[in-house]
Design a protein around this ligand. Sequence first.
Ligand code: EPZ
Length: 421
Amino acid sequence: MDSIVVTGGGPLNGEIPIAGAKNACLTLMPATLLSEEPLTLTNAPRLSDIKTMTTLLQSLGAEVTSMQDGQVLAMSSHNIHNHTADYDIVRKMRASILVLGPMLARDGHAIVSLPGGCAIGARPVDLHLKALEAMGAELELKDGYVHAKAMQGLKGGVIDFDFASVGATENALMAATLAKGTTVINNAAREPEIVDLADCLRRMGAQIEGDGTPSITIQGVDRLNGATHPVVTDRIELGTYMLAPAIAGGEVELIGGRINLLSAFCEKLDAAGISVEETQRGLKVSRKNGRVNAVNVVTEPFPGFPTDLQAQMMALLCTAEGTSVLEEKIFENRFMHAPELLRMGAQIDVQGGTATVTGVDKLKGAPVMATDLRASVSLILAGLAAEGETTVSRVYHLDRGYEHVVGKLSAVGAKIERIKE
Ligand code: EPZ
């Protein structure tokens, strides 16, 4: 298993290009199942999760061709011969559940393995199933698989989510495009990735209104066409790299970044003493006056502070002046980066879903272990500002969501290398 070695050093300067969003691409790819016409995605990120979704779609009979070094995904689903998503693929990546709605909407039947939990939480899919049942699907759980049927086709319905689940909203939205009649999704997730999916579905001929608000209305249509769609910028990669000059000093321009993707996060950076300036090409980030202030953070569904940036923000706050309180309200076990940051000399007290961080002058480099995707990159950020060398092991977690981390950070002056083992 490879590791990444970061040597803490001086300020960072230069520019970092931001890729297409992993979490948009992982829901845009299953949308190919909704049409027999070709769906092509541009600005796709080069990540292992995208390869996993490719393998899953190909196992169903879809054709997925990766071009231009993985930035273009040409897909065609005119010949779906298998309607079962196997556990050995689904267990690797939870987003696999997103083939359920499209397969059911297209052919009236699907068998999808339950994803199981993951490091950050149990992550049930009850809301996905409730949404499909509201559209007339008959579901049976057997041997760890969901057996779904809608032999007369799905019909429009009203879906009231107890929680604004991103994945459940995406499954419901895709399924509703081909349901007979009108579907209304209340307490829908509002993330930019939902809006990007709706934009792509509209290009394919779907009739959708209200995406990005808590209530989405979909008029079902008989069929969808093909389309070409650019994947939206990855706001989590953007926020992650905005924290690099924040934690290490200097000034970095994030190419492709836009404030409206991350307004709550940018407000917190401003309060922490970090300047974020919109430029022609993206966002320029630097410290306002050399100091980082402690701030409190509560993670919430969009437009609140993103849970996917909580670990990275904690790394910054470990070096802030004062005490910060971070509340993780989305997942039940998303502080696994804390014990690793403690090894670097951080002062963090975790009580349930709340972490209290007292800033220290300097973190110290140390061997640390990646436990999940966002925790792994928070350790790299901490290493940029630490004294000495930090070795992050198990970086396969990182490859799921960050392309070319070493290249992107080296380009702005970071001392970072990947050790192949
Ligand atoms: C998406 O996961 C993202 N993944 C996650 O990013 C992100 O953290 C999350 O949304 C929240 O923003 C993808 O888009 C592929 P949820 P998802 O359904 O859809 C509970 C990353 O690092 N819940 O909004 O699984 C669930 O247990 C990943 O890129 C139910 O109880 O998120 C969790 O506590 C990590 N029942 C909370 O809701 C359900 O049926 C949020 O889940 C569904 C979810």
